[in-house]
Design a protein around this ligand. Sequence first.
Ligand code: G1P
Length: 276
Amino acid sequence: MKITKCLFPVAGYGTRFLPATKSMPKEMLPIVNKPLVQYGVEEAIAAGMTTCAMVTGRGKRAIADHFDISYELEHQISGSGKEVYLQSIRNVLDKGVFTMVRQREMKGLGHAILTGQSLIGNEPFGVLLSDDLCLNDGPGVLSQMAELFKQFRCSIVAIQEVPHAEVGSYGVIAGESLRDGIYRVDQMVEKPDPKDAPSNLAIIGRYILTPDIFDIIRETPPGANGEIQLTDALQIQAKRGCVMAYKFKGRRFDCGSVPGFVEATNYVYEHYYAKS
Ligand code: G1P
């Protein structure tokens, strides 16, 4: 079964980037000259997930405008030497379909995913958290995971080893290593105290989820920070059936933090922009 949809939870506030994010969505902050969320959308489309389902909220209209034609701009720039600057977004608009639903209350990632159910329906789907920018020269992380899904047919989370002291910022997994970089998950904890963490394998913002997750989230009580956590729902799914964890190939930048954002900016400038 081919995965054709990807959910983008983009309703969060971006408080760490205030005042820049006071009236601008954090997902629109640029890494060099491209908004963060466009990197994510390009990754999803490259993986064949051409329906990009955005769970937005108040103050996020710029995202909907970005993934639409700007008629005036097209008209102004058409035939001029500046057309090249529109090429990447035109490519995205040619291939992608964008659907939106608004999350009215901020009740956690699990709640955001459940809000997106009407855009997904009853099929497996990708989830991409655009704060986690993942770059590599081969197939993107979602492409790698979609390939793996063909084999396992169950939910998959992307993971990365992080310093033990930092596990409290992540969902953390433990499980049986099946082969290099692939684990069958038996434990998942959201934002554990480092002394209780089952490992230092942290979940990064890429998931493939099977649609039974929606009913599970509906039954999942609030967890860490009083929010409905996707990690808690996945733990139930792992106990009932199967969840895999995958150490992806590529480099990840935590663009939800200022140092990670700056690091990503320098990296993209040096490796892509300056060479183009
Ligand atoms: C979310 C997830 C967490 C995951 C992280 C990856 O947390 O809840 O399990 O490790 O994304 O970036 P957040 O960063 O939204 O607090």
